[in-house]
Design a protein around this ligand. Sequence first.
Ligand code: ADP
Length: 216
Amino acid sequence: LASLKALTETLQEGALEDPPAARRFLQRIETEVDALSQMVNELLELSRIESGQVPLRLAPTPVAEVLLPPVDRLRPQAERAGLELTVVLPPGVPSVLADVDRARLVVTNLVHNAVKFTPPGGRITVAARASGDDVLLSVQDTGVGIPAEDLARIFERFYKGDRARSGGGTGLGLAICQSIIAAHGGRIWAESELGHGSTFYFILPASQAGETRTEV
Ligand code: ADP
């Protein structure tokens, strides 16, 4: 908001009469507005989930339905960034009991981060496998990695790693993932080796055969 205020003041104080400069300022205003609206939307989503006002719409959902749409949507971005994006989904992985839109948002946030934090030539692997009564999903990258002292904190709201590496984000993406997975009764965590990449894991409950749509 402070930079928006400064940009509009500069325009009012004369930059408006200098069309090339005015266009630059308008572009920066647009960038700031986009970042602010992303932050507002993410805060709204976080408070909706945490207040329990919007119930999860849990239904037995094939894991492919959770993983593939977000991966397909982010594939062009990954390719532009020079990254190889693959999905490893062995046959026989049970369906999960999940709110499909929210579970896809988790995958979207994790793959988006992997794209942001992996230099060109790297690999991102999205995978799932059965684990007892649960399904273990993962997003692995060969990117910059996360320092050990940051690993415990990255799921906090507004937490962003080292400025130089984190680029423009709100620091809310992983907090949203955490809330969504907690609301499903699951767990999310990360493992990383600095300079070699990171793997984010999350667990969703497998749906029992014959279970019908449930509102919680
Ligand atoms: P944002 O991406 O908007 O900064 P997130 O909550 O999604 O916010 O992530 C918080 C921080 O965790 C990031 O700023 C970054 O430091 C770190 N991080 C998340 N994902 C990765 C990743 N795949 N590789 C390296 N660092 C990551």
